[in-house]
Design a protein around this ligand. Sequence first.
Ligand code: AMP
Ligand code: MG
Length: 335
Amino acid sequence: MLETRLLPFDRDSANQAAEFLKYGEVVAIPTETVYGLAANALNENAVRKIFKAKGRPQDNPLIVHISSMKMLPPLVREVPELANRLAEQFWGGPLTMIFAKSNAVPNVTSGGLNTVAVRMPANEAAREIIKKCGFPLAAPSANISGKPSPTTARHVFEDLNGKIPLIIDGGDCEVGVESTVICFERGKIRILRPGAVTAEMLSEFAEVIVDKAAVEELRKGESALSPGMKYKHYSPKADVYIVNAHGEEFVRYCTKRARTENNVLALGAGVAENGIFLDYGENAQLQAQRLFSLLRKADELGAKTVLVELPDRSGMGLAVYNRLLRAAAFRVIEV
Ligand code: AMP
Ligand code: MG
């Protein structure tokens, strides 16, 4: 077992992270979305270590993180004009764009696809570490595959202690859910995974289509454009259910369930907290920030059933809904 060091982000720890990464090691780093498990995106052996540490399916491609626009052209065959305009507006930030990949990107990184997903994070620590490396970093969420994504360094430690040499602590993630993933289709933008860069924001630039797999369960045999969307995800040990009821009605329903069942926990938007209820925030930004952390807390509290109030699906709410659907294995209770 490796000794896993946990260091606050500063110049020294950034140098150590870059050293490990140059040697083909993996390091967990903060980003504004969730913590990432980083490795040299262009080094096959290094990237394999990410899949191994996370237990991630081989066909689930990784996002390649860059710290400046000049790192993009070597990774891709071409950059559509629309992508340049979006980069100008949303990079650094939580937007991932999919391009035709160049031969510089190994197949392990792209999960065998001939495309590559690229993002420039806003987070200072992430940017600094990429810059020190001088190569792009593949960095999926730094959790064990299937578990809720990590939004604090402690979450990463819980999952990956003994499996990776270093975790850089940059505090709580501002956004709390993973980046928006888009691809381009004849001048249109298709959202494969909703995030903090919303459909509404993107529609200022081009027509936007939200991919069906982002908001509905795929039927057997249907293939996902974004391989990650087909896996069960973000799940605590407890059974999660989305409850389509709000305010008083939500509270009444959950209270009734808790009276007849053991270890029921309810996440409500702006509810008063007590033994059963936890507040997951009154707006989508707060809900995104808290969701994964609350799902982990549910496990700590020994919850068997977690009932979550159906979030508003506009703006960033769509990202919250998308993650919740997967945590709940698409189960929605109509009250
Ligand atoms: P994660 O790294 O865990 O945030 O997951 C990355 C997400 O981006 C997954 O849902 C992947 O399926 C998706 N993704 C990465 N690369 C591609 C690609 N080339 N084409 C489509 N989806 C991708
Ligand atoms: Mg992930």
